[in-house]
Design a protein around this ligand. Structure first.
Ligand code: HEM
Ligand code: HEM
Ligand SMILES: [Cu+2]
Length: 295
């Protein structure tokens, strides 16, 4: 979530509606997540009152999650978003996080979970939020910081191709999980021949083929990573016109990071779309005066 927020403000060229609300939402998700573990045990025979006690924080955690999503989407409104591999994966994260999070609302109600527990609905839910969304965050961060880490740019064409194969592919793999789960496809079961699932074997085949294609698509990323490391275009200091301190030093950074000096920080890192500035952004270590942003 932090990586995505960071990359979004850079590619939108404007701050999020509220950085503070983003940070407090992330903190409350972290805090509340300590109190939800019992939602994995609704059907374990626990006291229904305990189930209720775990259902409550589980549903509460969707509030900061929703606020966070609304801030990302609301900030996109009217933004002139720069489409590149990093921003595509950041946007893909939001899409997957919402698609996977919505099923969390259902699972969070003990009465509905009696039906859905131990089905592919759960497997679909957690692959979207944990498997795909968090990987998208990792991909976004890799495309964004690779130039700083290695001093070379990744290939944007290959990056975008990687994004579209992965984005469409993962939806094809993990959306059907939800429908199979609703039909009654139990999880952790390897053979459905000659039973009630037989009519739906085609869906499993579809998902398998989608998974093979999506898996093969990751070779593009692997190739891009290795090829760009050695043969990529040399990266300038600040290829994304970013504000934060790591972009004020050469790519890759010298061994002592800031050349033995402490950088002087004049601004927060949200100085994008600054009116009256020379560029459309002001770096944290630039002494240029900017009007107070109120962020
Ligand atoms: C909107 C927020 C979320 C809600 C309300 C939610 C709710 C739930 C509930 C109630 C279950 C249990 C379902 C069952 O087994 O019957 C579940 C399963 C699971 N969730 Fe979430 N979840 C949310 C977000 C996430 C996130 C962000 C992750 C990880 C990044 C995650 C990972 C998992 C995993 C791994 C399981 C299944 C574990 C297993 O049984 O193997 N969930 N979720
Ligand atoms: C394209 C990639 C992936 C595919 C096709 C895939 C497929 C599957 C399938 C079919 C199952 C459940 C089988 C069953 O219950 O009968 C499963 C379980 C699981 N997967 Fe994935 N998965 C993928 C990636 C991931 C990733 C990236 C993560 C973690 C970040 C992950 C975490 C898990 C976990 C925790 C389980 C539950 C294991 C259990 O039942 O104890 N998967 N996966
Ligand atoms: Cu959980």
């Amino acid at each position: 979530m932090g990586i995505v927020s960071h990359i979004l403000i850079n590619s939108m060229r404007k701050p999020l509606l509220s950085a503070k609300v983003v940070i407090y939402s992330m903190m409350s998700i972290g805090f509340l997540s300590y109190m939800v573990w019992g939602h994995h045990m609704f059907v374990s025979g626990m006291n229904p009152m305990s189930a209720l006690a775990f259902s409550f924080p589980t549903l509460t955690i969707t509030i900061p999650a929703t606020i966070l999503t609304l801030i990302w989407l609301g900030s996109l409104y009217g933004a002139n978003i720069q489409i590149n591999s990093a921003s595509l994966f950041a946007l893909g994260f939001i899409s997957m996080f919402v698609a996977g999070g919505v099923s969390g609302f259902f699972l969070a109600q003990p009465s509905i979970d009696i039906y859905l527990h131990a089905t592919y609905f759960v497997v679909g839910h957690f692959h979207m939020v944990m498997g795909v969304a968090s990987l998208f965050g990792v991909f976004a961060g890799t495309y964004f910081w690779f130039p700083k880490m290695t001093g070379r740019m990744m290939n944007e064409g290959l990056g975008k191709l990687h994004f579209w194969i992965t984005f469409i592919g993962t939806y094809c793999i993990f959306m059907p999980f939800h429908y199979l789960g609703l039909i009654g496809n139990v999880r952790r079961y390897q053979s459905f021949v000659d039973d009630y699932m037989t009519p739906y074997l085609g869906v499993h085949k579809f998902m398998t083929i989608a998974a093979l294609i999506t898996g093969a698509g990751q070779l593009i990323f692997l190739f891009n990573l290795i090829y760009s490391r050695f043969k990529g275009q040399p990266a300038p200091e600040n290829p994304w016109n970013a504000t934060s301190l790591e972009w004020s030093i050469p790519s890759p950074p010298p061994w002592n990071n800031f050349g033995g000096k402490h950088p002087i920080v004049y601004h927060d890192p949200f100085q994008y779309g600054v009116k009256g500035s020379k560029g459309d952004f002001v770096m944290q270590d630039s002494p240029e005066q900017v009007p107070a942003s109120g962020n």
